[in-house]
Write a protein that binds this ligand. Structure first.
Ligand SMILES: [Zn+2]
Length: 317
């Protein structure tokens, strides 16, 4: 009887995990080459990408760039294996002032962009951002200071910009391919693993051969092929080992409580001034476009609650 119970407990999560993987259209697949010190990842996003597109009417060039950033964030998060979140941000003086994507270690994604005016249909990344910078921020749960790396936007693509970041910061040869259309986002990532002096020559040969094979990929193949088919098409003469795929999903962490916290940081006087002038405080989440409204009574409650909690030093909030 004890044994039945134990095997029952063990078996349920396995079924659950498989079920999640089968139904998800958004997957990240890590892989390794058995005969070369190179790691790889492939990502495909459909539902989470549609969630982003449904929330704002982005012009076509922003859709391409933001989609590629979303694919990149998923690929990079899988390389750092942290408990926390990774944020990619492009800031610029160009027509697109901000593009931001967040991917968490819980495998959730969210993204948004801010822009001004009309954008030509075919505008490339550099004409959206001018002399923009791309920042990679990694926040680890419990750590005081986040890690941040910054690189200038290079060439005309997110992939090229990230490749130059890796070359400078990690000195690991890295290739990234990203593609986004209105239906899905896909990405492929290859990175050379560190090798010792003796293995250097073979490692260089392996990298040269495998990255050249990967470079034959087309946008069409990246967007449409299943991972097994794609890897077979590119690397059928290599030995590729696939890990279990990870399911990804759109999620936003905004809430009425968090907005109330932000209002409390304004201070009572300023919050009441806004109420007097505007009749209420209206806050929209940039990521999910959810609107939160606070009237005079709500705001009064925020500050009454604050006073109550300040008088109770024994409670942690
Ligand atoms: Zn939100």
């Amino acid at each position: 009887m004890g044994r039945t119970l134990l095997s029952g407990l063990f078996y349920c999560p396995v079924i659950f995990i498989q079920w999640v993987l089968i139904v998800s259209s958004d997957l990240l697949q890590r892989f390794l080459f058995d005969n070369a010190a190179i790691r790889g990842e492939w990502v495909s996003l459909q539902e989470s990408w549609q969630e982003v597109l449904n929330r704002r009417d982005y012009p076509a060039p922003i859709r391409r760039a933001l989609g590629e950033m979303m694919g990149a964030a998923a690929l990079l998060t899988a390389t750092v294996k942290i408990d926390g979140r990774l944020v990619l941000q492009i800031r610029s003086q160009g027509p697109v002032s901000l593009m931001m994507v967040e991917c968490t270690s819980d495998n959730t994604l969210r993204a948004f962009a801010q822009w001004d005016g009309e954008l030509p249909e075919q505008a490339g990344l550099s004409s959206l951002t001018g002399e923009g910078t791309l920042a990679i921020t990694i926040e680890v749960a419990g750590a005081k200071n986040p890690y941040q790396g910054v690189v200038n936007v290079q060439g005309d693509s997110i992939a090229e910009t990230l490749e130059s970041y890796f070359e400078r910061s990690e000195q690991l040869a890295t290739r990234i391919w990203l593609c986004a259309n209105d239906h899905n986002v896909s990405g492929l990532f290859l990175q050379q693993l560190p090798s010792d002096e003796e293995g250097k020559e073979k490692a260089e040969e392996d990298w040269s051969r495998i990255s050249q094979l990967a470079a034959t990929i087309t946008d069409e193949e990246l967007l449409t092929l299943e991972v097994e088919t794609l890897l077979h098409r590119l690397f059928h003469e290599e030995e590729v080992r696939l890990f279990d795929p990870t399911a990804l999903a759109f999620a936003c962490t905004c809430s009425r409580e968090r907005v109330a916290e932000t209002i409390s940081m304004l201070g009572q006087e300023e919050a009441e001034d806004i109420i007097d002038a505007e009749g209420g405080i209206e806050v929209a989440c940039e990521f999910c476009n959810e609107h939160y409204h606070f009237d005079k009574v709500d705001v009064a409650e925020i500050f009454t609650d604050n006073i109550a909690s300040e008088g109770d030093p024994g409670t942690l909030h």
